[in-house]
Each structure stands twice: as C-alpha cells, then as structure tokens.
Design a protein around this ligand. Structure first.
Ligand code: ADP
Length: 537
C-alpha cells in the first residue's frame, strides 16, 4: 500500500510524534544540563554548611567555655552524622602531620589515629591539596576553599572538597583566631587540650598546637554519578514508553478523525453519482456529527431539487409540446384545407401566432429566471412611478378579463414613487396578477391595491380562490415548485412565475409575502420603499 503523506491521518500522527519527540528532547536537554549542575550545587552547599557547622562546633570546644569533653563529643557527633547521613568524610588535621604513621597525630585532630591513617591512605593527596588551596585562599582573605578534585591520580574518582582553617593560634600568649576570624580566649587552647582521639586530658598547649588546624571535608561524587546514570537510564526507558504511547494515541486520534471523513467521502461520491439512498452517518466528535447532519440535509435538498427539476422538465416539455403540436396541426390545416378560404386561413394563422407567443413567453420566462438567479442581470434602478406602472399592467389584463368574465378591481393611490428596475417590477406585478386570475374563486374577482402604509408603498394582489396550505407557503417560492393539482388556467403560466418574483424582489431588497387562508383566498403583498418623485415623470 502506497503511503499518502497528505492524508489527515498521517499528518496528525506525524505532528503528534514530532511534538512528543520535541518534548522529550527538551526533557533530555534539561536533564543533561541542569540535573548534574543541580546535584553538584547541592553537594557544594551541603559541604559548605556542614563545614561551617563543624568549624563553629570545634571553636566552641577549643574556646574552652563549658565542659570541653562535652564540646568535643558534640563536634564528633556532628562529624559522625556527616559521614553517616551525607557520606562526607571529615578530617581535622595540621599541615605538618601528612598522615605518616611514624609521626604522632597532633593534638585536637580528628578522627582517631587509626581512622586518620586510613583516610590519609585513601585521600592523602586530596587532603594535602585541599590544605594548600586553603592556604592560598587565606592570603586572599577567603573564608574557605570548596571545589571539585577531578585529578586522575585519585583512586577515589571525582570528589568535592571543602577546606578551612578552624583553629589558628596567631599569638601564643594572647590566644587563637578561628576560621571565622573570631578571637578565642588566650587560655582556651591551654584549658582544653584533650587528645582529639582520646578523652581530653587538660594537657598544656604545645608548639604543635600553635600551627593552624584545618578541617577537610570530602564528598565523593561516585554516588551522584551513579544516580545520574540511573536517572538517565530511567529517562531513556520513559522516553521509549512515551513514544510508543504517543504512537498509539496519535493513531487512535488520527483514525477517529479521519475514519468518519473517509466514510462520508465515499457516501458523497455515491451521492455525486446520483444515488440518493445514501445516508451520512457519523459518530464521535460533534463537529463531524454536525457535518454529517448538514450533508444529510443537503442530500434531502438535492433530492427535492432533483425531483422538482424533473417535474419542471416534464412540465416545460409538455408546455412546449402542446403549442408545437398546435402550430404543426394548424399549419397543415392551412396547407390542406383553409389555404384558399381567407377567413378560415386567418383564423388558423391567428392560432399559430398565439401559440408562437406562448412559446416565446415560456422560453423568455426560463431565460429570465436563470438570468435573475445567476445575478447576471442586476436591477438597473431608477425612480419609477409605481402607480402608473401598476395601472399599465392592469391595462394589459383588461381586454382579457372582459373577454373571459373576470373582474379586476383596483384601488391605486396616484403618484407613488420608488427606486426600482421598471421592467422587472412590471414582470413581478404581471406574474402576481396572472396568478391571482389563475387561482381565484368562482366569483372570478381579483383585487389590486396600491397604497402608502406605515411609510411603505404596499402592493396587494388579492384573490378569492382556494388559498394556499400553510405548510406550502414557503415552498411555492422555491425554484421549480409547481402545484401538483392540474387545473385549467386562463392565463398561460409556465410554473416559474413565483420563482422569478422572488428572485427579482430579493435582488431589489423589497419585503414580500403571502397572507392566505384555506378556502378564503390569498393576498400576495410587496412593500416598496418610497422616494421623491421625478419631475419629468
Ligand atoms: P404556476 O402558477 O405557473 O404554476 P407559479 O410559480 O406562478 O407557477 O406558482 C407556483 C405555485 O404557487 C402554483 O402552481 C400554485 O400552486 C401556487 N400559487 C401561485 N399563486 C397562487 C394564488 N394566487 N393562489 C393559490 N395558489 C397560488
């Protein structure tokens, strides 16, 4: 099967997948850029705050206020917590010590000698580097050093290191200064000189204690790196799952949108081939249901129009055939019978002329209707004396009504002017009066009234016929509609009269309508907009 990428289905599917991929790319990008940075920042902040807490605790202990054993134990507890909770190694040492087993551990250091040797064995380089960094920073008056140690000589992998001076005896006689620059009491060291790894024993300050004491905190990034790797793995799996889900969801949405359209397209194709039995059935989204309802209504209208068109064709053909038959018959009669008899020949020739006129009217009506409806022939408006125009139309009917016993009563208010196309409005009045004569009752009376009412010129053509059923009132204006009941019409109609009236009045924008009651007759009315009369009229 050949894929057509212009299809709605593939487009929805493709955009959905692209959208999902886009979102996943953003998530990946954020993960790559920000997560690692976030963890590092967090580790650094944690190291700094732990370092500061330890420095404060150590300072309390060395300042000699309170029970030094208790103070040292508080410091040790904080260091143990740092190791257990945050996996931070805490070392309190001097620059000279250097982790050599031969050298005794200076006083006030942490942890005990055995652990210290192990830390120096593992992190000796890092501890020494951290102390040198700290020394350099001290000259820049920085409070602490905190940075990444990524050197390959570390067996321990990447680590974050914090270092600070937590005790410095600047003046042996006056006392020390801690990392925060606060003065320790002169006798603080002397009064609290416990062995850091043993119980404080109140020994006097020695020379070794005069050199700065550093705290070094080491946090391995191994955990973070493995956590990041695990997160990335998880994200990879989530990405895959999301793409698969997006694929199926988009397929589902695409099919639920395109399937009803495909079904409706098939039905529309059948309708185009003239199959009016098709039904547009669609469920699901309300827009699609609305479309299918509209198509069903369109189908019904088409079906109706189609039926009416066929009826019209039959009627028009019939109306064309009758005069043509008459023309042929009378022409033959003139040829065979009445050729030499002038009186008869004239009579027969007159029939031919009348039938030819009828044909002309019929053909003209068909042409007029199609022209007005196609809006080819826009009304050429001018100021028209409607009173005179109406009288002129009624004049056309006068000899006819006299001959056939019809009475046309008229009440025309003189000099009512309107802006309109006179030829077209003449045809409107002609069609309405012609219909009234055709459909009026046995009294053969038609009333035509033209008056000014409520600021409008009102034309009313009233007959006393059978009237029009209420449900048919809308239909009779429709194209091609013609009453099914056959009935003898004194005025030759074509079945297009009211369609032409509607098209002309719509083009002019005049209001019109019918007031009709069953068996009481009909009143066809038109409202014209009055205007000032033309002096030359
Ligand atoms: P036609 O009169 O030639 O059939 P029209 O378009 O003029 O065509 O009229 C359409 C239909 O409207 C008529 O067939 C008739 O059923 C109905 N109609 C028109 N005028 C009247 C009227 N004055 N009284 C009753 N029915 C009418």
């Amino acid at each position: 099967m050949k894929l057509n990428f212009h299809k709605l289905r593939y487009n929805i599917w493709m955009y959905f997948i692209l959208f999902t991929l886009g979102i996943m790319c953003i998530v990946w990008f954020m993960q790559m850029i920000f997560t690692e940075r976030y963890f590092l920042e967090n580790t650094r902040a944690n190291l700094v705050s732990t370092g500061k807490e330890l420095a404060a605790s150590y300072d309390n202990y060395r300042s000699g206020e309170g029970d030094s054993e208790e103070m040292f134990s508080a410091f040790r507890d904080r260091a143990v917590r740092a190791k257990e909770i945050d996996n931070i190694i805490v070392v309190v040492t001097t620059k000279d010590y250097n982790g050599e087993s031969a050298k005794p551990l200076p006083e006030h250091c942490y942890p005990a000698e055995e652990a210290m040797l192990q830390y120096y064995g593992e992190y000796g380089n890092i501890i020494n580097k951290a102390i040198s960094h700290c020394e350099m920073l001290l000259s820049d008056e920085e409070e602490y050093y905190c940075g990444l140690d990524t050197s390959e000589e570390n067996d321990t992998g990447e680590v974050y290191v914090y270092s600070a001076v937590i005790y410095q005896n600047t003046d042996e006689s006056a006392g020390g200064t801690d990392s925060s620059g606060e003065s320790a009491p002169a006798d603080s060291a002397a009064s609290s000189v416990p062995d850091a790894q043993a119980e404080p024993d109140g020994q006097a300050e020695t020379d070794a204690q005069a050199e700065p004491v550093y705290v070094v905190l080491i946090s391995s990034l191994e955990n973070i790196n493995s956590m990041l790797a695990a997160t990335q793995k998880q994200l990879g799996i989530i990405t895959l799952v999301i793409i698969v889900i997006a694929f199926f969801i988009s397929m589902l949405i695409a099919s639920s949108l395109s399937n009803p359209l495909v079904v409706m397209t098939d039905a529309a194709k059948r309708l185009a081939r003239g199959d009016f039995t098709v039904e547009f059935t669609a469920s699901g989204y309300s827009e699609i249901r609305e479309l299918s309802d509209t198509l069903n209504r369109m189908k019904e209208d088409l079906q109706k129009t189609n039926t009416l068109q066929r009826e019209l064709l039959a009627n028009v053909t019939h109306d064309l055939k009758t005069p043509l038959t008459m023309v042929k018959a009378y022409a033959e009669m003139i040829k065979d019978i009445s050729g030499d008899n002038k009186e008869k020949r004239d009579k027969h020739a007159q029939v031919i002329i009348d039938e030819a006129d009828r044909l002309t009217v019929l053909v003209n009506d068909i042409l007029n209707l199609s022209k007005v409806q196609a809006n080819v022939d826009l009304p050429a408006t001018e100021t028209v004396n409607l009173s005179l125009l109406t009288a002129k139309v009624l004049d056309h009917f006068s000899s006819f009504s006299e001959k056939n016993g019809y009475t046309i009563h008229s009440e025309i208010t003189p000099d009512l002017f309107t802006e309109c196309d006179p030829q077209k409005i003449e045809q409107v009045i002609y069609n309405l009066v012609g219909n009234a004569i055709n459909y009026t009752g046995d009294d053969k009376t038609v009333n035509v009234l033209l008056s000014l009412q409520d600021g409008k010129i009102l034309l009313e053509v009233i007959d006393s016929g059978k009237g029009i059923d209420e449900e048919k009132i809308e239909t009779i204006w429709q194209k091609y509609y013609r009453a099914s009941e056959t009935h003898k019409r004194p005025v030759k109609g074509t079945g297009l009269g009211l369609s032409i009236v509607k098209a002309i009045l719509d083009a002019h924008g005049f209001r019109y309508g019918i007031i009709s009651k069953k068996d009481e007759g009909s009143n066809f009315f038109v409202e014209f907009t009055p205007c000032a009369g033309d002096e030359n009229e």
